[in-house]
Design a protein around this ligand. Structure first.
Ligand SMILES: C[S@@+](CC[C@H](N)C(=O)[O-])C[C@H]1O[C@@H](n2cnc3c(N)ncnc32)[C@H](O)[C@@H]1O
Length: 246
């Protein structure tokens, strides 16, 4: 395992992501699979960067792909191994992990923006794009989504989210100049009769999709920005980038 510098997505937030925020990976899956098929990729190895609790990995396995999931969170990897036992998972930062030869690389849920790995940022991301290019076979696809600037709407800075056995109180701030979004969360999860409290602060570097598509083209990809995964729209000023190695 590569050296981990973050304790983000600990047990309770990982559990809550898995049971309460699985709608994104589930909703995106049909459109993504349609994109793969449209590009003639019906089988092969998919590397999923920031695989979380394995929801997308399970969809990929069901569709007949071999999956390697990468995530920095121990708790997420544990959930992923249960959710998609046929897939392979490694706990590592996607900035360090060795990328084997593959047909596709994916990253869903703005993972590439997270600053859990202290060295993440535009330079490291550009290096990662280069390594993805080397790992992909000609005709292979790289697809990911990101958060763009403008994440906080009017009256949206403080929000609460809740499920049957959990609650998150979230406060967000966006530094427009440094293009950094900070989400401070107080997390409550019911354990037995009581609620356990934990806290996590997540920082994300925001990018314009068009800027990342330009960097990918400089590396040699054909790249374009998408507003949806098939029929599933990306909400809240998020976009996806679809890059193909010629
Ligand atoms: C919002 S979750 C999305 C999870 C999953 N892709 C999904 O859509 O359900 C972001 C994930 O990215 C992971 N992550 C963030 N930075 C990472 C890094 N440098 N290396 C590996 N995983 C990372 C987190 O641990 C977390 O599981």
């Amino acid at each position: 395992m590569a050296k981990m510098t973050s304790s983000a997505y600990q047990n309770d937030l990982s559990y809550i992501h898995h049971v309460g925020f699985n709608f994104f990976a589930r909703g995106a899956a049909p459109g993504l699979l349609q994109i793969f098929r449209r590009h003639g990729i019906h089988q092969g190895r998919v590397i999923d960067l920031g695989c979380g609790s394995g929801i997308w990995a399970a969809e990929l396995v069901r569709a007949g792909y071999d999956v390697l999931g990468v995530d920095q969170s121990k708790a997420m990897i544990r959930l992923a191994r249960k959710k998609a036992p046929q897939a392979k998972f490694v706990r590592a930062s996607f900035l360090d992990v060795k990328l084997p030869a593959c047909d596709m690389v994916t990253s869903l849920g703005e993972c590439l923006c997270y600053l859990f790995d202290a060295k993440n940022g535009p330079k490291e991301l550009t290096k990662l794009f280069g390594r993805v290019y080397e790992a992909l076979r000609p005709g292979g696809l790289f697809i990911f989504d990101i958060a763009q600037p403008g994440q906080i709407k009017k009256n949206d800075r403080i929000r609460n989210f809740a499920g049957p056995d959990w609650t998150i109180l979230r406060e967000a701030d966006e530094d427009r100049e440094r293009m950094v979004l900070t989400r401070r969360m107080v997390v409550f999860r019911k354990v037995g009769k009581l609620y356990r409290r934990s806290e996590e602060t997540h920082r994300l570097r925001l990018y314009w999709g068009a800027d990342l598509a330009r960097i990918l083209r400089e590396i040699g990809f054909n790249a374009r920005v998408l507003r949806a995964y098939g029929k599933y729209p990306l909400m809240g000023n998020r976009v996806a980038v679809l890059a193909k190695k010629p």
